[in-house]
Structures are given as C-alpha cells and as structure tokens.
Write a protein that binds this ligand. Structure first.
Ligand SMILES: Nc1nc2c(c(=O)[nH]1)N[C@H]1C(S)=C(S)[C@@H](COP(=O)(O)OP(=O)(O)OC[C@H]3O[C@@H](n4cnc5c(=O)[nH]c(N)nc54)[C@H](O)[C@@H]3O)O[C@H]1N2
Ligand SMILES: Nc1nc2c(c(=O)[nH]1)N[C@H]1C(S)=C(S)[C@@H](COP(=O)(O)OP(=O)(O)OC[C@H]3O[C@@H](n4cnc5c(=O)[nH]c(N)nc54)[C@H](O)[C@@H]3O)O[C@H]1N2
Ligand SMILES: [Mo]
Length: 784
C-alpha cells in the first residue's frame, strides 16, 4: 500500500521549503508564502533522487581494489568502478588512513575539503569531516575561500574587520533612498546571485527592495561588463568597462576628486592613515604618470568625460559605493578592494547610516538585503567551525586555491601574507561536501595532479567529476533523507529539516560514514560523542536556544520546534549598529583592529613584506590576461565565468532548473551580436571556446547585455572531459578548463578565475554526447 503524502519542512542554501513526499518519492516542492520572490532553483529538489546521477552503493576504482595504496593513480577518472559492500569500503578507507599516518604522518593527509555542501547545522559536511580528521590526529587544512580570499586578507590588514562581518553590514536600499544620492555598483548586484544565502533563507526580497530606488532621486550606476547585473526596472546607467580594469577607473575618479578638491580631508585625517603616501602616486609625482581620467579612460574603455562627470557627482552628494566579490577573483584582486576603500575614504561617507560602502552587495541575498535584524547569537555547531580549527603552522595549511601547486611541488617553498611556507607532501586526499572539479581553475591540470597521491576518498551523493576521480566513493544522503536543523547568523529564520524520504539505495549520512571509520580507527566515541543523529539535532537546537535567550530571543521548546515549520526571530531582534558606524561615532573608543587603529590607505606591514605584486598602497598593476594585453591579440575575448542563475555552483546541475536552461545539453554562454557576427555565429549555435589551456563546447545566446570583447559562461556545468579527434575537449561547457590557476598575488594567493582570455569559433564537428549525468563505467562483478 502506498503511504499517504506528507509535507516536511526543509532548508537549502537557496530557500526554505515544504516538501511533499510519500516516504519514498518527492512529489512536489512548495514555497512558503512569506517568500515573495522564491527562486526557480528550488524545484531542483524534485530531482534529488535521480537514478542516473546518484551513487547507489560504495564503489572502489578497479586498480585500487587490486593494488591498494600502490595502485597507479593515472587510472583515476578512467578506470571502472567496482561496487563493494560497506564493510569492504570502510575497511579499505580505514586501512589507507592508518597506513598514511604510519608510513608518513598526519601532514600527508589533505582534508581541506573546501565546498558549500548543503544547509543543515548537524549534517554540515565540513563540520563532519574536520571533526573526524582532527580527532584522527590532524591533517593539512586550507585558509580563506574561493569566494573572496584576496578581499579577506587585504581587508583584514586595512580595516581590521573580519571579512564575513564586514560584508553583512551594508546599508539597505531603504536606507540608501533616505540618505544618499548616488549608488555606484562595481560589479553590479545581480539578482541571480541574491537567490542564495549560505545556511538557508526564509524570504527573498531583493527585487522588491531594489525597486525602491526606481522613483527615488538616486543616481544608480552599474559598472560592469554585463548590463543585467543590475535589474532593468531601476534604469541604472550602464558603464560597461573592460573586465579587470576597475582599479584604473577608481584611480581616475580619485584623481578627478583630488584635483578638484572634492575629497574629504577631514575624514581622511580623522579616520585613515597613509593618504599622504598614496597621493603622490595618484597625482603622478612619484612615477611621472598622473592617474587622471584620460589615463583611466584608455585602460577601462569608459570615456574621460563620463569618468569626470561621475567623480563630480560623487564629490558633491552622499553616496554608497558597492563592490562585488568578482572584482577580487582576478589577478591583483587585492587592489580592487584597497582602491575601492581608498576612493570611499576620499568621499568621506564611510560609517554614515545609509551611505558609505557595501562590500559584496547582493553577492549573497542577506549581504545588502538582510537589513539590520540579524541574529547575533551563535548557532549550536557540530565539530570545528571555520576559524575555530586548531592553530595552523607551516605545512598544516595551504591558501585554499593553491591545491594543484601543492600536489605538484611537495616540499616547495612559497610566500603567503608575510609568511614563508612549505608545501606538504600529500599521500591521501579526503573530500566531503565540495567539488574541486567544479571550483578549481585549469581543471585538466588538476586532473593530472590528482593522479599523484596514493589514495583519494570522496563522500558524495552524485557522480560528480570529483567522485569519478576518487579511489573509494562513499554514497551519501541528501538533506531530504536525514534529520537536521537549518539556520545561520545571516538569516532570521530557523527551520526544522525533517527527513522526507528514506535514504537512496545504500547511501548513508556523512555522520554514519565517519562513525564507521572512527570505529575502525578506535575513536568512535570521541567522534560521535556517544550521541545519535536526533540527539545531536536536539542538542544543537538547545544550544542555539540558550544562546538566543541571552539576548532575549525566545525560541520554542525543541518538541514544538521539531513538529512545526520554519520559525521567524526577526521580530524579536534589535537593529544592529554597523562596526564602521560605531567607529565613525567614536574612533578612539572603537578603534579598528589595524596597527594604527584606523583605515590604512598605506600599510607599513604590507610594505614590509616587499612583494612586487602588492606594495604599501593601492595601485594599478599591468595584468597578464585582460583586453589590453598582448595576449588579447591571440585570444581577444575576456571570459567572465560568473555564478550561474539556475543553480548553486555545480549543485543539481543534473536537475530540471539547470537542464532546461541548457542549449543542446550544453551550458549556455552569452556574447553580443557584434562579436557573434564577426565569427559568423548565430543564436543557438554550439561554439568551441578555447585558449592554450583547454577547450569546451557551449550553446550560445546572443545578447546585447554583454559588452564588446566579452563572453559570459557561468560556472558549474559538470566537467565532462573527452578526447575528440585526438584532442582534449570538454563537452559540457565547464569554464574551468580555460581559466588560469594563479594566485591573485603573493599576499593572499587567492583564486583569480575572472582573469582569462579566450577565442571562440562555431563548432563544425559531430557533437559528442554529454555523459556526465549517467552512471560511469561500473563493473558487473560486485565485490561483497
Ligand atoms: N571559473 C570560476 N570558478 C569558480 C568561481 C568563479 O567565479 N569562476 N567561483 C568560486 C567560488 S566563489 C566558489 S564558493 C566555489 C564553489 O565550489 P564548491 O563549493 O566546491 O561547489 P559546489 O557545487 O557547491 O560543491 C558542493 C558539493 O558538495 C556536495 N554535497 C552537498 N551536500 C553534501 C553532503 O551533505 N555531504 C557530502 N559529502 N556532499 C554534499 C554536492 O553534491 C556538491 O558536489 O567555486 C569557485 N570556482
Ligand atoms: N544563483 C547563484 N548565486 C550565487 C552563487 C551561485 O552559485 N549561484 N554562488 C554564491 C557564491 S559562493 C559567491 S562567492 C557569490 C559571488 O558573487 P560575485 O563574485 O559577485 O559573483 P559573480 O557572478 O562571479 O560576479 C558578479 C558580476 O560581476 C561582474 N564582473 C566580473 N568581472 C568583473 C570586473 O572585472 N569588473 C566589474 N566591474 N564587474 C565584473 C560580472 O558581470 C558578474 O555577473 O555568489 C553567490 N551567489
Ligand atoms: Mo563563493
């Protein structure tokens, strides 16, 4: 007999939902009525149980099953998988971990496992794996994020405010309308990005909020190579600059302010240090090159007059300047954030209500649209949170985006943020909750580097390229197949996540997988704390409830919460005062945590590192990959590989929302009619994007929202490398076969994915089938 259908609440990084299921199947995904702008990404959950893309049982690469840690790693991603029992898979993985520790040390285990995983405080894969590896004796971790490494490092030096706090404290459109006359968005505030919110989101309202700017007397400017990075309804002025030239534009604006005495000398004196070191560079006194509007126009391809006009407007009325994170995922990405802060300091509005700065406006919904009702109490957490992990010495961590470099240069020396570091010699990689074959640059090189370690273990629900490149694959559950609680300090909703369906085939939660390994390695009780899933969920909730009570926020008793639906705490929260507002109010009492206690437009500390790619103040550096370089003669299009509007990174690429948007099963790229006609390309054609690092196939949409010289290909199509006519060709449209794998600079060593030149041509050959959403080659011999 069929079970009757039930509605269970769940929470994802892109929204909270009621899921209708019959215990076995998802029947529908329903939005809450408080969510006025639910995203179509939500419907992806209907396909979470997909049979083709799911991993049904533990799998081991054939060569690894035969030869263990001495197998030939070049078979990864190519050899067959053999289905095995949980016993065999867990024994094999435990043995590999034990051998690695004994033969080498814990420093031979790379366990950064970077990635967004899914929402849910308990089954948070990062918490699970970091707790497991820490209790196993330690491992090599990573620092900073792919999202914003350059900004995290530079902003800490110059503002002393932790980046994840700084980005949350942005004036809302309502406040901007009241207090500002200009709103200049470097990198836009794309609605596609504001669909998501790390840890869950109860109600989207970005469009409604931005529309308040429509009839207000606010001059909105979208500084971006892509017009629809700002919604059409607010008639923003489009300044379509060349990608990666924002520093030059900002310098041109700053120069115009300076020569017209429109900069706020009082603010600079009271709240900043180092303007006097920066000014000679700006005016050209130190290098003979004034960074004036004409100089900037030549680089960024915005007219000199437009730059002058904007500077004059900014100099005469309060403004909010906003900068998206994309501007620092590029070569010298530290400079955009430093120059942006310098420009904003010259305008003098930093720390005023409804004016000043927004770092990462709308990159994530509640950064810009979350308002001031922010839960400041701590959520209960399992394991180690980022920032709470053990102290990190030499060889204990790498800057997160130096993954391939580390595998290629064991023992190699390098610099990061003033530190002399050495790459560890990695023998075992363990990943749970991330997709390096999505997030890393120059993927064909990563694939080669992944042939080097002795063992690679991956927990995944789906046959992503990362799972396909592992030796041991543990099939894990999705959030619809387990019990959890959702919520974060970025959102005023907290939600029960009751199990909606039984686990797919043999899959188990990460908690169960790590418990099984910990048992074999003799630390099961330490890992589980002697508690079951539901006991942990209750404990995390009760910790949250106790923390909330300290600031007079009342959460229901656990049982009431658990049986109910998402719970809103916003009406119990006080408006927060932003850190920079407090600093402006009383700079002596609320000194910034910088050496000077003020905003550092010149940093003695950074200058003392003597890096030739990051000096003591913000500067324009000559990039290698941009439209003004020599390389652009061969590869004349700048690839903007931005975030996808139809999914979160690579997650649920196999599901309906993402697939319906593809063209002939390939990722959709956009270029304008002018660039298309130069190459005889028509709307809907399949084209080949290429440079000297790789090539991929995409479907093309012709759109005049893209400036000349630019092609947009969002990230996230599952990496599908094939060999066609003897040449490597990625068949599905993954931009990371083209992007360059180089640190932003010696300072932060961050991801610089947005610096990449390509050329394109109409694809004439026979179309290779996209095979990534199907099961890989699996042996019909099961090893029980
Ligand atoms: N070219 C280019 N590349 C980029 C960027 C760019 O702008 N351009 N942006 C970068 C940025 S900002 C980021 S943050 C990264 C994102 O990179 P990632 O965070 O690595 O990408 P996701 O696709 O979110 O990967 C999460 C994986 O975890 C799996 N997962 C989900 N839930 C669970 C779970 O409970 N347990 C386990 N074991 N697995 C689970 C999902 O199936 C998925 O495969 O990409 C970066 N890469
Ligand atoms: N739907 C959806 N939303 C997401 C994500 C997702 O995967 N899907 N990922 C989330 C994550 S992890 C992150 S870190 C944030 C990232 O947030 P961002 O870093 O802001 O995201 P991007 O989409 O890479 O870039 C935003 C826009 O910046 C513009 N841009 C690119 N290069 C330049 C440049 O050199 N100058 C200027 N002025 N503009 C430029 C592009 O037109 C692009 O559309 O997004 C989050 N939001
Ligand atoms: Mo990110």
């Amino acid at each position: 007999m069929k079970n009757k259908s039930t509605l269970t609440p769940t929470c994802s990084h892109w929204g909270n939902y009621l899921v209708e299921s019959d215990g076995e199947h998802i029947l529908s995904v329903k939005n809450y009525s408080v969510d006025k702008e639910p995203t179509p990404i939500g419907q992806s959950l209907n396909d979470a149980l997909d049979n083709d893309a799911r991993i049904p049982q533990p799998m081991v690469r054939e060569g690894y099953l035969k030869h263990g840690i001495s197998s030939d790693g070049t078979g990864r991603g190519k050899e067959k998988f053999v289905p095995v029992s949980w016993e065999i898979a867990l024994d094999l993985a435990a043995k590999a971990i034990d051998q690695t520790k004994t033969n080498y040390s814990n420093d031979a285990i790379y366990g950064s496992s970077y990635g967004w995983a899914s929402a849910g405080r308990f089954h948070h894969a990062q918490s699970q794996i970091h707790r497991f590896l820490a209790k196993c004796g330690g491992y090599v971790d990573s620092l900073n994020t792919y999202s914003s490494a350059a900004a995290e490092v530079i902003m800490n030096h110059i503002s002393g405010i932790p980046f994840l706090l700084l980005v949350r404290e942005a004036p809302s459109p309502e406040e901007i309308v009241k207090h500002s006359k200009n709103f200049v968005l470097f990198g836009g505030a794309a609605i596609k990005n504001s669909q998501v919110n790390a840890g869950g989101i109860g109600a989207h309202s970005a469009v409604e909020q931005l529309k308040q700017l429509k009839n207000a007397d606010v001059n909105v400017v979208n500084v971006s190579p892509i017009r629809d990075d700002v919604i059409e309804e607010i008639d923003a002025k489009w300044m379509a600059l060349r990608p990666n030239t924002d520093v030059a534009l900002m310098l041109g604006l700053a120069h115009t302010l300076a020569i017209n005495n429109l900069h706020d000398t009082e603010f600079l004196a009271k709240y900043t240090v180092g303007f006097e070191q920066f000014l000679p560079y700006l005016l050209g006194d130190s290098d003979g090159l004034p960074k004036d509007a004409a100089w900037a126009a030549n680089i960024c391809d915005i007219s000199e007059q437009d730059i002058i006009d904007l500077a004059i407007e900014l100099g005469n009325a309060p403004s909010v300047l906003s900068i998206s994170w994309s501007l620092q995922r590029q070569e010298f990405g530290e400079q955009t954030y430093w120059m942006f802060t310098t420009l904003a300091a010259m305008l003098g509005h930093i720390g005023k209500v409804g004016a000043g700065v927004g770092y990462g406006y709308g990159c994530i919904h509640n950064m810009g649209f979350g308002g001031r009702k922010v839960p400041t109490y701590k959520m209960g957490a399992f394991g180690m949170e980022i920032g709470e992990r053990p102290a990190l010495g030499d060889k204990k961590f790498i800057p997160v985006a130096r993954h391939t470099d580390m595998l290629n240069n064991p023992g190699g020396k390098y610099q990061y943020n003033g530190m002399d570091l050495t790459y560890p010699d990695i023998k075992l990689i363990y990943w749970a909750g991330g997709n390096p074959f999505h997030h890393h640059q120059d993927l064909d090189e990563l694939a080669k580097a992944w042939s080097k370690p002795d063992t690679i273990i991956v927990n995944e629900a789906f046959w992503t390229a990362t799972a396909r490149h592992a030796d041991i694959v543990f099939p894990c559950t999705t959030m619809l197949e387990r019990n959890d609680l959702g919520g974060s300090s970025y959102d005023a909703f907290i939600s029960p996540m009751r199990q909606a369906v039984k686990p797919y085939q043999q899959s188990r939660s990460d908690f169960d997988i790590f418990s099984g390994l910990a048992q074999r390695l003799d630390f099961e009780d330490e890992f589980t704390g002697g508690k079951t899933e539901m006991q942990w969920v209750e404990q995390l909730y009760n910790t949250t409830r106790t923390n909330a009570a300290k600031i007079d926020v009342k959460l229901p008793e656990f049982n009431d919460f658990w049986q109910g639906e998402q719970f809103y705490v916003g009406d119990q929260l006080d408006d927060i005062e932003f850190t920079l507002e407090r600093f402006r109010r009383d700079p002596n009492k609320y000194k910034l945590r910088t050496p000077s206690g003020k905003i550092e437009l010149f940093s003695e500390k950074i200058a003392s590192f003597n890096y030739d790619d990051c000096h003591g103040h913000a500067k324009w550096y000559q990039h290698v990959e941009w439209l003004g370089s020599e390389r652009a003669e061969k590869y004349p299009l700048h690839l903007v590989s931005n975030q996808p509007k139809t999914r979160l990174h690579s997650q649920f690429d196999h599901a309906r929302t993402s697939r319906e948007h593809k063209i002939k099963n390939r990722e959709r790229a956009r270029m304008n009619a002018n660039e298309a006609s130069k190459r005889s390309i028509k709307n809907g054609d399949i084209i080949r994007l290429f440079n000297d690092r790789g090539a991929c196939l995409v479907g093309i949409e012709i759109s005049n929202d893209i400036r000349d010289g630019v092609i947009e290909l969002p990230t996230g199509a599952w990496y599908d490398p094939q060999t066609v006519d003897g040449k490597r060709l990625e068949a599905h449209g993954n931009p990371n076969v083209l992007t360059k794998d180089k640190g932003t600079s010696t300072l932060a060593q961050g991801c610089s994915a947005h610096s990449c030149l390509v050329e394109v041509e109409k694809y004439q050959g026979e179309l290779p089938e996209v095979i990534m959403f199907k099961q890989p080659d699996i042996s019909d011999k099961t090893n029980k």
